[in-house]
Write a protein that binds this ligand. Structure first.
Ligand code: WQD
Length: 336
């Protein structure tokens, strides 16, 4: 009997790709999503990719009655929790929205899981909890902090899970610290699909490549990096999705929790990403140098040793794959 996994926020960018990876790995999966940052037709496209019906329930993790109904109607073995707000800049202006959705939302989910005797959770965390690390590559033992409400919510959620698992060994948590997820599924049927002007680099470059945006603003070229622009550890969303499956496999097998980085261990600068995207799109992409963005760090990339040791996870796809898959996705999307 296949394990059944509930994906909260599963219609979103990472969740939809994980849905495909789970099905490919023999898991059964259902999605609950309020569609605040996902399009409803993503389930139709998931059905094409997986060749099977997709069960998706519209709703919010803050709705405990809905969650109780889902757990009553389905035999859920584990939950992967994506449903959260995730824009650093936006969080500076809407801290209460972020606290409610990201922190109260997690507690609402944990309460419902406990009522249903479901104690296995994979939690979507972020390298943002490292701020600007003192040492690179940054490993999981590095000090944590925050310099915006979004990062604060991720830190509080991680610390809450630590407190719960320390007090109650029924719980098994896989905490995954994403670096910078980019790219799209090889079919070009699902990908990053921001509702409005993207905050993040690659979806913004993608809109310049399709002509939806005139030019990219490079937020600062005076950082202490080889070309002066910010360096990040970009990871292909397909690799990231597989990392979730390997986290779940490990939790269901050992019941032993883990906190791991999901990155490639390689950092690329903004200008290196622009050049890679130009190769993918086969055209020059206009950009201007603009002032630094408040809250940005200069350089961060991850130590990947622990994910390899505990989960057997290693990223396989490189920056050119990420940009080529993103370009394939946005080209198809623009024509639909
Ligand atoms: C990357 C680099 C910018 C846009 C955040 C969250 C993280 C994760 C990913 C959720 C930086 C530069 C960007 C632009 C630019 N989110 N940039 N022009 O800030 O590293 O991480 O998003 O999981 O948790 O913290 O990603 O893509 O916004 O920025 O020059 O229009 O690109 O300065 O150097 P970031 P990003």
């Amino acid at each position: 009997m296949a394990h059944k996994v509930l994906l909260t926020g599963g219609a979103g960018f990472i969740g939809s790709h994980t849905y495909v990876a789970l099905k490919n790995a023999g898991y059964d999966a259902i999605i609950v999503d309020n569609f605040s940052n996902a399009r409803r037709d993503v389930t139709d496209r998931l059905e094409i990719i997986t060749g099977a019906p997709v069960e998706c329930i519209e709703g919010d993790v803050l709705d405990g009655v809905l969650l109780d109904r889902i757990f009553a109607e389905h035999t859920i073995d584990a939950v992967i929790h994506y449903a959260a707000l995730k824009a650093v800049g936006e969080s500076m202006g809407k801290p209460l929205d972020y606290l409610n959705t990201n922190i109260a939302g997690l507690y609402s989910l944990l309460d419902a899981m406990q009522r249903a005797d479901v104690f296995t959770l994979v939690f979507s965390s972020s390298a943002t909890v490292y701020g600007q690390p003192d040492h690179l590559p940054v490993d999981e033992a590095a000090p944590r902090g925050f310099n915006n409400p979004y990062g604060y919510t991720k830190l509080v959620c991680e610390q809450s899970l630590e407190q719960i698992s320390a007090a109650d060994d029924r719980w098994a948590f896989g905490v995954l610290r994403y670096f910078n997820p980019v790219g799209a599924h090889e079919t070009g049927l699902i990908g990053e699909d921001p509702n409005d002007i993207p905050n993040n680099l690659v979806p913004y470059i993608a809109k310049v490549a399709t002509g939806e945006q005139d030019q990219l603003s490079v937020w600062g070229d005076d950082y202490d990096t080889p070309d002066g622009t910010g360096i990040r550890d970009y990871i292909h969303v397909t690799d990231l999705a597989r990392g979730h499956v390997q986290s779940l496999d490990a939790l269901l097998k050992s019941r032993q929790g883990h906190v791991v980085n999901l990155g490639t261990g390689t950092g690329y600068s903004v200008l290196e990403v622009v050049k890679a995207y130009e190769r993918a799109a086969g055209r020059a992409l206009p950009y201007r140098i603009a002032p630094r963005r408040p809250g940005d760090v200069a350089c961060v990339y991850g130590d990947t040793k622990l994910a390899r040791e505990l989960l057997g996870f290693e990223a396989e796809l490189g920056l050119d794959d990420m940009c080529a898959s993103s370009w394939n996705w946005v080209s198809r999307r623009k024509n639909t």
